[in-house]
Design a protein around this ligand. Sequence first.
Ligand SMILES: *Cc1c(COP(=O)(O)O)cnc(C)c1O
Length: 316
Amino acid sequence: MGDAHPTYLWWNGKQTRWEDATVHVTDLGWSTVGAVFEGIRAYWDDGAEELYIFRLREHLDRLHQSTKLVRLPLAYSTDELTRATLNLLRANGTREDTYIRPMAYTANTSGKRFAQVGQDSDLLINTNPMPSHLLTGHAQHAKVSSWTRISDNVMPPRAKNFSNYRNGQLASMEARTDGYDVAFLLNPAGKVSEAPGACVAMVRDGRLITPDVGSGILESITRDALITLVREVLGVEVVERPIDRTELYLADEVFTCGTAAEITPILSVDRYDVGDGQIGPLTRELERRFHDVLRGREERYAHWRTPVGVGALATA
Ligand SMILES: *Cc1c(COP(=O)(O)O)cnc(C)c1O
């Protein structure tokens, strides 16, 4: 990503030049503790000369759910944020795979450590280039973390609330320090929950199995899409239930999924090879099918894509 930044951000209702979107240093501190965000991907299709946003409405609806959970008023509707996002990408002339991150936060938190109820939120939409790694052979080795996944009575796992991510950061740092690529977190019941910022799924005995929404996962939109594709396109049974860590050691295939992770094959867990230690056949086929859906080459799921109209004239 480096220095790449867009010409414009969308900030509190206006397209704002990157250089002009600054806050005072004293605003740092508690402002992001209660902040929530979304992570959305847009995929460029060379053939159609078009940029497609994946499940934009679902992501913006979830932003509203996250703000509700953290009691942060959000002044913009899903329709308004849809228009803002499309206009922003048009204004920036975006013609590559891109990550879109709306973020709602409380400005002016100085001296208001607790009970920040009823304060207005600020809203920023930022974008940055993020190439897809689908079908590139990208894969990871996982370690079951010694950190436990946050639970529903500690921090709301369903919200994309910045504070939650300290949990995943600690697990990631541990995994990397110990020579692995990615952490898997268990929930307080000792069952598999998810990876930091990505859900987990495995293939055993010809079925796809993934932790249920009561396992302390974030209710992932990618997970939902892949469950649909596995059932409807691959014709494979999907089971949502608690998973033991040793099931991962015995699984034929394991992958993580999420907007950033897309589908990331997992080749080993705690140095137990997953299957034969290669990317498995269902994972590979699912990557192919998902890729086609994302880039607009599969009409059946066209309702999941919002074409940006990159050639269209941008309005504020
Ligand atoms: C965003 C996120 C995911 C993946 O959700 P998607 O909707 O597929 O992007 C999984 N876990 C956590 C903690 C997340 O923040």
